[in-house]
Ligand binder design. Structure first.
Ligand SMILES: Nc1ncnc2c1ncn2[C@@H]1O[C@H](COP(=O)(O)OP(=O)(O)OP(=O)(O)O)[C@@H](O)[C@H]1O
Length: 250
């Protein structure tokens, strides 16, 4: 679904990413982890072609992403940035806007049906007619995720999607994203800071350090050495209730 080959990116003269190389299969959730400022959001923006890489190529569902028109990118990729803009429109209309790449001028009953089903899936019924510029950070974050889901993309790019959510909603959102990925055989790339949440919902993990991949693989790469090397934190990794968990030592 996603092939990133030898990707490098600079902000002006400052090198941010180099030698990023990985694949993601349909039906997989990849968690991108790493310290503040390492380039996680920048990587998502390169995949979504908001940024043009200095080197390398990115293929989504077999198509080179930079060769596609913006609306063609939007048909394939649903991107939720860290901070969403909030205009004076209702949550329902904001979510319906996610259908725009597919519909042109005419909104069909099928579009409303998809919007209603995502609203129910994310339990947003009570927010649907509220204005998004009057919402809390967490409410807005859930609306932005709903909007990406109604796009019915092949690839979801979520930049810290749970950063403003309470514990229950963190679990609900990630469970829903995982369910959508598995049911529709699409893929998701999610940047996160909470390693334990990632260990619960992702299939693969990628740790970035100094602008490049330090480790990439399944949960067995999440070991004390990786945590120490990437974050400079001594930690123990244990198994609890079927999940691997990371516990800092001090
Ligand atoms: N528009 C920009 N212009 C110049 N530098 C930028 C720009 N956006 C980000 N940077 C810098 O590029 C580096 C990578 O930023 P990025 O936002 O990708 O990191 P991140 O890993 O997502 O961080 P965080 O975990 O704090 O969200 C940082 O040093 C940041 O200061």
């Amino acid at each position: 679904m996603l092939n990133v080959e030898e990707l490098g990116f600079n902000y002006k003269t400052r090198k941010v990413l180099e030698q990023i190389h990985f694949n993601l299969k349909p039906g997989e959730v990849l968690a991108i982890l790493g310290p503040n400022g390492v380039g996680k959001s920048t990587l998502l923006r390169c995949i979504n072609s908001i940024h043009s890489p200095a080197t390398g190529t990115i293929f989504v569902d077999g198509e080179e992403i930079l060769s596609l028109e913006k609306h063609e990118v939007a048909k394939r990729i649903g991107y939720v940035p860290q901070r969403s803009e909030a205009g004076r429109l209702t949550a329902y209309d904001a979510i319906l806007l996610g259908r725009k790449p597919h519909i042109g001028w005419n909104i069909k009953e099928r579009d409303h049906k998809i919007v209603r089903s995502v609203i129910m899936k994310l339990e947003l019924e009570n927010l649907a007619l509220r204005y998004i510029n009057e919402m809390s950070g967490g409410e807005l974050q859930r609306v932005a995720i709903a909007r990406a889901l109604v796009q019915e993309p092949k690839l979801l790019l979520l930049d810290e999607p749970t950063s403003s959510l309470d514990l229950k909603k963190q679990l609900e959102i990630l469970r829903t994203v995982r369910q959508v990925v598995k049911e529709n055989n699409v893929s998701a790339v999610i940047t996160m800071h909470d390693i334990n949440l990632a260990l619960r919902f992702a299939d693969r993990y990628m740790f970035l350090k100094d602008g490049t991949i330090f480790a990439h693989g399944e949960h067995d790469i999440v070991v004390p050495e990786t945590i120490e090397q990437v974050y400079g934190v001594s930690a123990t990794v244990e198994q609890l209730n079927g999940y691997r968990i990371v516990i800092p030592n001090d």
